[in-house]
Design a protein around this ligand. Sequence first.
Ligand code: NAD
Ligand code: DAU
Length: 360
Amino acid sequence: MKNILITGGAGFIGSHVVRLFVNKYPEYRIINLDALTYAGNLANLKDIEDAPNYTFIKADICDYERMCAIMQEYAIDGVIHLAAESHVDRSIKDPFTFARTNVMGTLSLLQAARQYWNGEWQGKLFYHISTDEVYGALELDKPEEPAPYGSEFFSEATKYSPHSPYSASKAASDHFVRAYHDTYGMPTLVTNCSNNYGPYQFPEKLIPLFINNIRRGKPLPVYGKGENVRDWLYVVDHARAIDTIFHNGKVGDTYNIGGFNEWKNIDIVKVLIKTVDRQLGNAEGTSDHLITYVTDRAGHDLRYAIDSTKLKNELGWHPSLQFEEGIEKTVRWYLDNQEWMEHITSGDYEKYYEEMYGKR
Ligand code: NAD
Ligand code: DAU
C-alpha cells in the first residue's frame, strides 16, 4: 500500500489528479488535503468521494504541527503538492496571502515531510507542481504570423524571472523544494506547466469566466489589446503527465509540461464565442458584441510558450487531445453543468468581482 498525500485536491487541477489516482491505483491510499478556500470545492470530486481508497482532510498547509501529525498518522510515502493561491489578478491585490500559502505553506509541508521521513528516503517522493510563469515572459517575434509567435521557448534551463506576486511566490517555493533536495537529500521533483483548461476550473480564469459570461450575455473583459499569448493544455493531459512523472521521473529533476499550443487571447475569445453560440443554437455572431477591451493587467506577461521535448523524449508523454476537441468538450461541460457553475458563483462571487474589477 502506498499512502499518497495530494494537496489542493479540491481545486481545479488537483481534482483531476485525485480522480486519476483514485481510479487508476486502487492499491494506493489517496489522501486529499485541502483548506477549501474560495477555490476549493468538494463538488469537484462527487464521483469518487465514496471510493474505499480515498480520504479527505480539511487542513491548511501553513499549519506545520498539523502537517507533521498528518504525515505520521497516514504514514505518507509520497506528496503531490498542488495547494496554492493560483490567480494572478488576486496576487496583484493581495500579495501577502500568496507569500503565506505558496511560500510558507510549501516550506511547512517540506519540513513536515523531512521530519517524518527522517532521512530514510527510500520509496519517498515530494513532487511539487509549479508553473511556466516563473520563467517570465517571451517576445512575440512574428506577431502577424500563425503560432508559434516566436522562436524562443521556456526550457528547463531557462533562468527564473517572475514578474507577478503570484509567479514570484511560486518561484520561491520551487527554490525551497530544490534546496531540500540539495541540502538534505530529500527526493524531490518539480514540474512547470503551461495554462490548463477544462472542467471544474474556477470562473475567475479566462476560459470558464468567458464561457459563463457568453451564456449569460455579459461583457467579456479582454485585457489590453488581447494580444498576449498563452500555451494551453487540457487539464486531464496535465494530470496524465503528473502520473507519468510521479512514477517515472528522475528524482531531483525538473520537467516542463506544455501543449505546443499557443493562442493569442483574442483568438481564444473568438473561438469561445463561436463554440458557445453554436452549442446553444444561436446564430453565428450573436455574442460578438460582448467583446470589451479593458485596462491591461499590471505587469502582464506577453507570451508563454513551453518546450516539453524533454518530457516527451525521456518519459514518452505527449498531449492526447487536440485543442479544438478539448475546447468543444470544455464548453459542453460548462453548459451541461450549470448547477455546478451556479453553486460556485453564488455567495461572495459577485461581490468579489465588483471589489476586484468594478461593476461589469
Ligand atoms: P486552484 O486555485 O483551482 O486550486 C488550489 C487549491 O488549493 C484549492 O482547492 C484551495 O482550496 C487549495 N488551497 C489554497 N490554499 C491552501 C492552503 N493554505 N492549504 C491547503 N489548501 C489550500 O488552482 P489550480 O489552477 O488547480 O492550480 C493547482 C496548482 O497548479 C497550483 O500550484 C498552481 O500554481 C499550479 N499550476 C496551475 C496552472 C493552471 O493553469 N491553472 C498551470 C500550471 C501550474
Ligand atoms: O501559465 C500557467 C498559469 O496560467 C498558472 O500558473 C496560473 O495559476 C493560471 O491562473 C494561469 O495564469 P494566467 O494569468 O495566464 O491565466 P488567466 O486565465 O488569468 O488569464 C489568461 C490570459 O487571459 C492572460 O493573458 C490574461 C487574460 N485575461 C484574463 C482574464 C481573467 C483577460 O484578458 N481577461 C480576463 O478577464
